[in-house]
Design a protein around this ligand. Structure first.
Ligand code: PHE
Ligand code: ZN
Length: 883
């Protein structure tokens, strides 16, 4: 049962501006101001007295002057909303310290000392979920990026590396399980029902990788023997009732451990690996050394409650956190500007892992879809920043699709240019050179240059320039020569009006029209503003396939006929390029229709061509259903908006729905046969069965637009006989968008069936908030008042409100009501959980790219926010969005 915690009353957050009216600008931190810390802290000892309401910590730091830094006789220990109880230096209480903001400044006379500072705080009042907080009675820490300072006074920066010894004590009945990083060295019973445990982590780590968990938990246990023969005990810790849903997480962990040995030569380095699942968490998961903390969403899965997509997400996130043990923990970041060093690289690693576990081609398309949905809009909006930012006010705001996903694409390009084997030599060198260090993106690039033998001089621009490059492509033919003209432009972004040309690796192939084959894939590097390449031996104009496999994270503007796109959609042997041709067909058509530049007959002809291309996909028996399902997904409204300078969300929605209805009618017979075939496939987790479920979902989506009554029937039937969550959810998704009694019945059934399972009730909220139903706005308003809705749980808030904010047809209601609802939410949530609140500013920040009337309404809500008293997190995003 989800015990919804009531939000604590906000009691004057010191981060907030004191006078309403003037937006308070928190100070800017700049990358170029980096200086090494004046002190080293080789050893840290933490002594915890745990309780939900008042936890005290005694931190003992061995400190010594850092010979590589400018000397500073004052030791600055960061703190945030914690209270110092006493300070000792070399065992003696001292009073010559002072507070500056939340920090404790301690003058030191010598060059080595032992500093002891005691502090205390109330975990149950911690609604931000940073530092030590209580989730369902479990005490749990979250320190990245700057949460450790909410636990103990410490130089809370990633370049201060220390070994940690942690002793913790608490009531045995309340906290039977006591966990921290590294190895359990001793444990015992205390007085008055207490017990204690002492943990030691032999590896140097920054404070953001510290973790502590105390609570009533049970584990699924297993073991893994490394290539080097180390036997590692593995545990996945959850609340009692959740144990049966941890098998997939455990299997994913073992697969990730094996894969990292084989693919990157990385072995695990402790005898113990613990994963803990908690229900209240701002992010997906956290890679704390030897003690990962996960959002339950990325641990728990079984057939009845998790979709195929959920299974993949669990596998991907488990792997991601595991891979951080090397890319992030053994080699960490010098400062937070280097975040992409660990995140971009680790995302690439988890993508490659998932490609190997599942279908490589399908995974690539999915990753590109995520990039386009989340990162492209970021790169073209007011929050655009390079993968290595130059400044920030609140680092939490820079855990972005740019740092993560574009960061992964940038490293993937290095791999494409060097080839897999050379790339591996580069990463080996990187790990070798920087093991045990806090490194920079520049260190990574240099290691790849030296190890893989690449010249990345100009390529470094990918780290410093924001904005998605655009490549215009034209292919000409004369005699026996085909000429490829390429022109690149990198758009201006905030603070970066002028850009230099970047090296853009493009995989291309030239198809012969008759044989539908090509003479091999080529890699061309566009490293100037323009380039023309000639290819001999073509009697006719070939068909160009470009940016195959999405070899570069750019937008391609190609001068290509509809017939050639149909040709590629049917014949390209690169599945990404094939997908892309289909997408372009649809995007080009919808753009023309929205601009009004299509005649009725032109519209009919193009719709016919699209239907023909989709029919080819439906009947092509060389395709597996997983890929077929992927190819049937039409471009999202968000992506369509992104391809237009100024978008009219209402028109985009109407045209896309119109196309879906038309395709559903034109392809009725084929779709019906396809659905019937897939319906025969029994449930299993193998690719064929998963593909069948994916195809069925896409058929339902098209049917819902073309023949709602029939779709309601089909979906209700699928819902009723579903023996797994994937089928049940896709049916309910379609039903939730249709008027009628099937909708109400199914939603009620779903709620009753899964009452008490928080993750599934999250789906129930999300399905309604993301629906195509005309009254979705009213539904969301009502759900906001539902007794299961709470602002204290980030998953619940995101299920309802983030889904709503990214449902264009709801959020962009012409009245502006959607914008107002999001602004209301931000104001309320900001007092409870600023980090999560700040993420809701992004959709409002799109105002410059939206037609004038809606644009003014969006801007109006941002101005309303700017005049309120906001957290550092939210104010930074609001001010940038107005910028
Ligand atoms: N470092 C985590 C990850 O990518 C994400 C995270 C960031 C979690 C900040 C919590 C807080 O795996
Ligand atoms: Zn990560």
């Amino acid at each position: 049962m989800d015990i919804a915690r009531t939000p604590a009353t906000p009691d004057g957050n010191p981060e907030m501006a004191d006078a309403a009216g003037e937006p308070h600008q928190p100070p800017e931190i700049r990358r170029e101001d980096y200086r090494p810390f004046a002190w080293r802290v080789p050893q840290t000892r933490l002594d915890f007295d745990l309780s939900l309401e008042r936890t005290t910590v005694v931190a003992t730091l061995s400190v010594e002057r850092n010979p590589d830094a400018e000397a500073d006789p004052v030791l600055r220990l960061n703190g945030d909303e914690i209270e110092p109880l006493y300070v000792k230096v070399d065992g003696k209480t001292v009073n010559e310290w002072r507070m500056e903001g939340g920090d404790l400044l301690l003058p030191l006379s010598g060059s080595t000392h032992e500093v002891e500072v005691a502090s205390s705080f109330d975990p149950s009042a911690n609604t931000q979920l940073m530092g030590l907080f209580a989730s369902n009675g479990i005490l749990c820490s979250q320190c990245e990026a700057e949460g450790f300072r909410r636990i103990a006074f410490f130089p809370d920066r990633p370049d201060v590396l220390s070994t940690y010894r942690v002793r913790m004590r608490g009531q045995k009945a309340r906290f039977p399980i006591l966990l921290s990083n590294g190895n359990l060295e001793s444990e015992g019973e205390g007085q008055d029902g207490t017990h204690w445990a002492e943990w030691h982590d032999p590896w140097l780590k920054p404070s953001y990788l510290f973790a502590l968990v105390a609570g009533d938990l049970v584990a699924r246990s297993d073991s893994f023997t490394t290539r080097g023969g180390r036997k590692v005990a593995l545990n996945v810790w959850v609340r009692e009732g959740d144990l049966e849903r941890t098998e997939h997480a455990m299997e994913s962990l073992k697969a990730a451990m094996r894969w990292d040995e084989e693919t990157f030569g990385r072995e695990y380095d402790l005898d113990l690996y613990n994963i803990v699942a908690v229900s209240d968490f701002n992010m997906g998961a956290m890679e704390n050394k030897g003690l990962n903390v996960f959002n339950t969403k990325y641990v728990l899965a079984d057939t009845e409650t998790a979709t195929d997509g959920d299974y993949d997400a669990v596998e991907g996130v488990i792997a991601h956190e595991y891979f951080h043990n090397w890319s992030g923990n053994r080699v960490t970041c010098r400062d937070w500007f280097q975040l992409s060093l660990k995140e971009g690289f680790t995302v690439l690693r988890d993508q490659l892992f998932s490609q190997d576990m599942q279908s490589e081609a399908v995974k690539r398309i999915e990753d590109v879809r995520v990039l386009r949905a989340a990162q492209f809009p970021e790169d073209s909006g007011p929050l655009a920043h390079p993968i290595r930012p130059d400044s920030f006010r609140e680092i939490s705001n820079f855990y972005t699709a740019t740092v993560y996903n574009k960061g992964a694409e940038v490293i993937r390009m290095m791999r494409t240019m060097s080839g897999e084997e050379r790339f591996r030599e580069g990463t080996d060198l990187y790990f070798d050179r920087h093991d045990g260090e806090a490194a920079t993106c520049e260190d990574f690039v240099r290691a790849i240059e030296d190890g893989a033998g690449l010249d990345l001089e100009q390529f470094r621009l990918w780290y410093s320039q924001a904005g998605t490059p655009k490549v215009s492509v034209r292919l000409e033919h004369e005699g026996s020569t085909a000429r490829l003209h390429l022109v690149q432009t990198v758009p201006p972004t905030p603070g970066q009006p002028d850009k230099h040309p970047m090296p853009i690796p493009l995989k291309i192939a030239l198809f012969d029209r008759d044989s539908a084959t090509h003479d091999g894939e080529r890699l061309v590097i566009l490293d100037e503003a323009q380039k023309t390449l000639s290819f001999d031996g073509f009697a006719r104009l070939p068909v160009l396939s470009i940016n195959r496999g999405f070899s570069a994270p750019v937008t391609i503007e190609r001068d290509i006929s509809q017939d050639d796109l149909v040709f590629l959609a049917a014949n390209d042997d690169d599945s990404f390029a094939r997908y892309e041709a289909l997408q372009d067909l649809v995007v080009n058509h919808l753009k023309a229709a929205i601009e009004g530049s299509l005649s009725e007959s032109g519209r009919d002809r193009t719709r016919g061509a699209i239907a023909q291309a989709i029919r080819a996909v439906i009947i092509d028996d060389t395709l597996d259903d997983l890929m077929r399902g992927e190819l049937l997904v039409l471009p999202s409204e968000t992506y369509l908006a992104e391809t237009m300078l100024i978008a009219d969300p209402g028109r985009i929605h109407d045209e896309k729905e119109g196309l879906k209805a038309d395709l559903g009618r034109r392809l009725k017979t084929d779709l019906h046969a396809l659905y019937e075939r897939c319906e025969q496939v029994p449930y299993s987790l193998d690719p064929a069965a998963r593909g069948a479920r994916k195809v069925k979902a896409q058929v339902l989506v098209l049917a819902a637009a073309s023949d709602p009554a029939k779709a309601a029937d089909l979906a209700a039937h699928q819902y009723g006989r579903a023996d797994n969550m994937t089928d049940r959810q896709s049916a309910l998704m379609v039903l939730a968008g249709l008027p009628g009694v099937e909708r109400t019945d199914a939603l009620l059934d779903f709620y009753n069936r899964y009452a008490g399972n928080a993750l599934v009730i999250d789906k129930w909220f999300a399905l309604q908030a993301g629906s195509q139903h005309p009254s979705v706005l009213e539904h969301v308003k009502a759900l906001r008042e539902h007794s299961d809705f709470t602002l204290a749980n980030p998953n619940r808030v995101r299920s309802l409100m983030m889904t709503f904010a990214y449902n264009p047809h709801a959020f962009h209601a012409a009245s502006g009501e959607g914008y107002r609802m999001i602004a209301d939410l931000i104001l309320e949530l900001d007092r409870i959980n600023p980090q999560t609140a700040a993420r809701f500013v992004t959709p409002l920040g799109r105002w410059r790219r939206i037609e004038t009337e809606r644009s003014a309404l969006m801007r109006g809500q941002l101005e309303r926010l700017a005049s309120a008293t906001l957290s550092r997190d939210t104010s930074e995003q609001v001010i940038r969005s107005l910028g």
